[in-house]
Design a protein around this ligand. Structure first.
Ligand code: HEC
Ligand code: HEC
Length: 299
């Protein structure tokens, strides 16, 4: 099959045979695909102007602003701006602004601090930001906790909910390598007969609703193995890190599956120590903030 070069796309262009589109008035390029012809529309002027302006701006920017990477450094530009310096400067201003009132929190006289309404009005929003930055990842934005992390907004505390107790928890952490860490371990009862573990789970799951039979096999096993840490009938309150099992404020869950897992594997949650990361004043500030989260929870 032979092809006549004149029927190829673009052939008209090369022969100078211009064709004008009757609808738009533009020339066509002579390119045609399946009956659709390409218009020879000129490049829009406004785009050309925008390109020229952008180029002019870039030349000015090259001269005035930090622009060119030079290995480990970069060109500063005539204005000598450095965003790192600007950020440090602003941070210093902010810190100075905070320093005055934050210094008051070095003294952990929590009653006096909490009684100063003007101080609280300035400090509590800052405390909340500190909480969002350092604590929310585990305890949730409102402190309500979630699976594996305790709720800080209720009145159930493993280690005490007064600001001084919370400050101590923040200083040393729970199950950390701090020399004075609060230490708590729920041992695994994997050595126990499966049937005994089941009877125990049965008892523990029924504790919060008050329907547990205190003369059942599970109750006896609980008496022998668990009360030392969890208290009589699981009511807790021993400040040894073992939660009350008689209410619903638990970390891992009180459904059958969660309790079975707790018994089979044990539990040992870790709460980091903050002594190295936050100042004394910041820890006291947070302690007061966290103590206030649970105010109003009467349960
Ligand atoms: C040596 C002390 C100790 C003994 C003995 C002990 N526990 Fe615990 N238990 C703990 C501690 C501490 C925790 C909390 C662990 C954590 O927060 O990581 C815990 C947590 C639990 C939880 C999970 C509660 C939650 O927050 O979801 C259950 C359920 C439980 N124990 C049941 C039992 C039962 C049943 C027994 C007896 C067979 C028992 N424990 C014996 C210390 C103990
Ligand atoms: C890496 C996760 C993580 C971060 C971050 C974290 N926590 Fe915790 N926190 C935990 C866990 C887990 C526990 C429970 C430990 C246990 O099993 O006993 C806990 C326990 C606590 C307790 C003890 C609660 C009680 O009942 O006595 C307080 C108070 C607390 N956290 C406050 C904070 C504050 C304030 C911050 C931010 C400075 C923070 N936590 C950051 C994981 C975290």
């Amino acid at each position: 099959m032979t092809t006549d070069p004149k029927t190829l796309p673009g052939a008209d262009l090369h022969t100078g045979n211009r064709e004008v589109d009757p609808v738009t008035g533009y020339d066509t390029t002579g390119h045609e695909w399946g009956g659709i012809k390409e218009l020879n529309t000129p490049f829009p002027k406004i785009a050309l102007v925008a390109l020229a302006l952008a180029f002019a701006y870039s030349v000015v920017a090259w001269i005035l602003l930090p622009t060119w990477p030079l290995g480990r450094d970069y060109s500063r530009g005539i204005l000598g701006l450095d965003q790192g310096d600007i950020a440090v400067e602003r941070l210093r201003d902010l810190t100075d602004l905070r320093a005055d009132w934050l210094a008051r929190f070095r003294d952990p006289d929590f009653a006096a601090l909490a009684g100063d309404n003007a101080l609280m009005a300035t400090a509590m929003p800052a405390a909340d930001r500190l909480f969002q930055d350092n604590c929310a990842a585990c305890h949730g934005r409102s402190g309500a906790g979630g699976p594996d992390y305790p709720n800080l907004g209720d009145s159930h505390w493993l280690w005490g909910g007064a600001p001084e107790h919370i400050a101590e928890t923040l200083h040393v952490g729970i199950n950390t390598d701090h020399p004075d860490t609060r230490w708590a371990q729920m041992p695994a009862f994997d050595w126990m007969e499966r049937a005994d573990r089941l009877a125990l789970s049965e008892y523990v799951v029924a504790l919060p609703s008050g329907t547990a039979a205190h003369d059942s096999a599970g109750a006896l096993l609980f008496e022998e193995n668990c009360v030392a840490c969890h208290g009589e009938r699981g009511i807790g309150g021993l400040l040894n890190g073992a939660p009350s099992l008689a209410d619903r404020a638990v970390i891992y869950g009180q459904d059958r599956d969660s309790v079975a897992k707790t018994l089979a594997r044990g539990r040992q949650g870790v709460m980091p120590s903050w002594s190295d990361r936050l100042s004394e004043a910041e820890i006291n500030l947070l302690a007061l903030h966290v103590a206030r989260l649970s105010q109003g929870d009467s349960e």
